[in-house]
Ligand binder design. Structure first.
Ligand SMILES: [Zn+2]
Length: 378
């Protein structure tokens, strides 16, 4: 999910919103002001609109708290958290890596709905306090809406269908039973696809009765379907790569070329004996500076190759994932995703460069090894 507006960061986790979040903000503010709050005349007053907007913003903050709780527990279990993004259908927490055991997987998933339930409790208690202090209709109504919708969010997220939290909880349970993470992921993702189809069906019925607003479940269903399909594919690939090491697929001993080298010099002098799809680049002092991909080199027009240096094409070290040769390549997948597919540098225990792995290398390995896990029909 692309972050359109960066809100800031919390404990090193980049927090942002996609522009589509404005749609739900507006929808909820409108729902609140128009349907929930007007008590006397039936049409919303200025105060109703102000309360509607505040209520919608507090709901978004509740969503954010839900996601931050996933991030905090993930980090506690040693899983690197990349970013949190709020968008049209809620929030996503982008993890760079996976839980090492089913227990951690369960806790990372379960804390989200638990947070939403806790927030529902807080808003409910606040409503009771306001009511006992004499009551204020508008404030009470907003608080009542907030606890109900947080409870609804928790309930929806607990449905056992990936990528919902309930799907992750299901995965953790199956993982505990079968000791096979990939099979558990595939089953949870399949449940996700079934649930998505049910939502799409509900949306079609809703469209017939209520028009576009009734079709809302279908939009959520379409989103969940594609996410569940992606997860299933990913789990299958991951399962097939679990027994192959980085050392087996890497291009060994890649040349390390100074960044001041021009593209034409690179092509003329360095690449004839080399079959990898990325090379390492060093700075003026000889230190590793990053990688340059064959794709980036190909994109330079022929007439500009004599004047374009590798420094202009380099993927800097900060955006370059690293790995050890004895790691399974399945563990590289998240690093590829997190660093938008940039090549992985393989370092030895002295942090010397021993190889380089590109997405194409992993794809090639998957192509040869991918099969159906036992017991899963597709
Ligand atoms: Zn969640």
């Amino acid at each position: 999910m692309r972050q359109s507006i960066r809100l800031g960061s919390f404990a090193g986790i980049v927090i942002g919103v996609n522009w589509s979040v404005l749609v739900i903000l507006a929808l909820f503010a409108w729902e609140l002001a128009d349907y929930v709050l007007p008590s006397q005349s039936g049409s919303p007053s200025g105060a109703d609109w102000v309360a509607g907007v505040i209520g919608a913003v507090v709901l978004l903050l509740s969503l954010l708290a839900h996601e931050i709780s996933h991030a905090v527990v993930a980090r506690h279990h040693g899983v690197v958290v990349q970013s949190i993004t709020l968008f049209l259908f809620g929030g996503v927490t982008q993890l760079e890596g996976e839980a090492h055991d089913a227990g951690a997987d369960f806790r990372i998933a379960a804390v989200g709905p638990a947070t939403s339930i806790a927030l529902a409790g807080v808003f409910g208690a606040l409503q009771a306090v306001v009511a006992s202090a004499g009551g204020h209709g508008l404030v009470e109504n907003v608080l009542s809406w907030l606890w109900k919708i947080n409870l609804l969010l928790a309930a929806f997220n607990l449905i056992p269908a990936a990528p919902l939290d309930g799907g992750r909880i299901l995965r953790a349970g199956l993982w505990t039973r079968s000791h096979d993470r990939s099979r558990a992921s595939v089953a949870a993702a399949r449940a996700g696809r079934v649930f998505a189809v049910v939502l799409i069906g509900l949306g079609i019925v809703g469209l017939a009765y209520d028009g576009l607003i009734g079709a809302w479940p279908a939009f959520i269903g379409l989103f969940l379907y594609s996410a569940a399909r992606g997860e299933e594919q990913y789990a299958l690939i991951r399962g097939s790569l679990a027994n192959i090491s980085v050392g087996q697929v890497m291009t060994p001993k890649p040349p390390a070329v100074p960044s001041r080298t021009t593209v034409s010099d690179l092509v003329m002098h360095y690449l004839w004996q080399y079959h990898g799809e990325a090379i390492a680049v060093t700075d003026d002092r000889g230190y590793l500076a990053g990688t340059v991909t064959a794709q980036a080199v190909r994109a330079v027009p022929v007439e500009r190759r004599a004047t374009t240096t590798l420094a202009q094409l380099v993927v800097p070290l900060a955006d370059t994932p690293v790995a050890r040769a004895d790691e399974p390549i399945s563990s590289l997948l998240e690093r590829f995703v997190a660093k938008s597919g940039n090549p992985v540098l393989v370092l030895d225990t002295h942090n010397q460069l021993v190889g380089i792995v590109t997405g194409a290398d992993v794809q090639r390995a998957a192509l040869w090894t991918m099969g159906r896990p036992q017991g899963v029909r597709r």
